[in-house]
Write a protein that binds this ligand. Structure first.
Ligand code: AR6
Length: 194
């Protein structure tokens, strides 16, 4: 299946390992401690090496002694990864999240892209935040994240490409069927299924 792009090509969907993406910043689905974990967080720290953790510890002690709040975002080096930076954000836990969990998930995308724009970065790759260990269903997350990205692209015109990187092909397909971008996909696999 050839995956589509959205928003005049500014949003690209792909399947792969986000630690291999050569972009200005890869986004990490972190937790408030910023000290690492499993899933994509573990993969990013393993691929990037100890420089990322050093900077995270520094950010904790200087700016967020109580941890990074859900929906917040901070920027570090990407260490040895092909990307230049990592933007660490904390998604909501689906099960224990309150009524505002969709808003918190949207904040992750909006704040990460605002931070990227502020730092002069033009290309940003995201994993599907909260959809692994934090349990957010992919279909619901697709609607929330696509709307948030659309909003953020409107106010951050310097962002040239948002790359949505799904680990599993099935997750990319679920995203494409449930995204809520105002305009439809720009390229398809030629399949006429709506
Ligand atoms: N590249 C792209 N996507 C990936 C990769 C990868 N290398 N590895 C996993 N995914 P998760 P969360 C997908 O669990 O739900 C950590 O312990 C995965 O299939 O990484 O936000 C943190 O420290 C899923 O769709 O993040 C937190 O404690 C998506 O990335 C907690 O997990 C997110 O899955 C955060 O949980």
């Amino acid at each position: 299946m050839k995956l589509p792009s959205f928003q005049d090509g500014r949003v690209v969907v792909k399947v792969g390992d986000i630690t291999q993406e050569a972009v200005d910043a890869v986004v990490n689905a972190a937790n408030g401690s910023l000290l690492g974990g499993g899933g994509v967080d573990g993969a990013i720290h393993r691929a990037g090496g100890p420089a990322i953790l050093e900077e995270c510890k520094d950010i904790r002690s200087t700016r967020y002694p109580d941890g990074l709040p859900t929906g917040g975002a901070v920027l570090t080096t990407a260490g040895r990864m092909p990307a230049r930076h990592v933007i660490h954000t904390v998604g909501p836990v689906y099960g224990s999240g309150g009524a505002d969990k969709a808003e918190k998930l949207a904040d992750c995308y909006r704040n990460s892209l605002a931070l990227a724009a502020e730092a002069g970065l033009a290309t940003v790759a995201f994993p599907a935040i909260s959809t692994g260990i934090f349990g957010y269903p992919m279909d619901e997350a697709a609607a929330v994240s696509s709307r948030a990205i659309q909003d953020a692209l409107r106010s951050n015109l310097s962002i040239r490409e948002v790359r949505l990187v799904f680990f599993l092909p099935r997750d990319a397909e679920v995203f494409v069927s449930h995204q809520a971008f105002a305009t439809g996909p720009q390229q398809t696999d030629g399949d006429s299924t709506p």
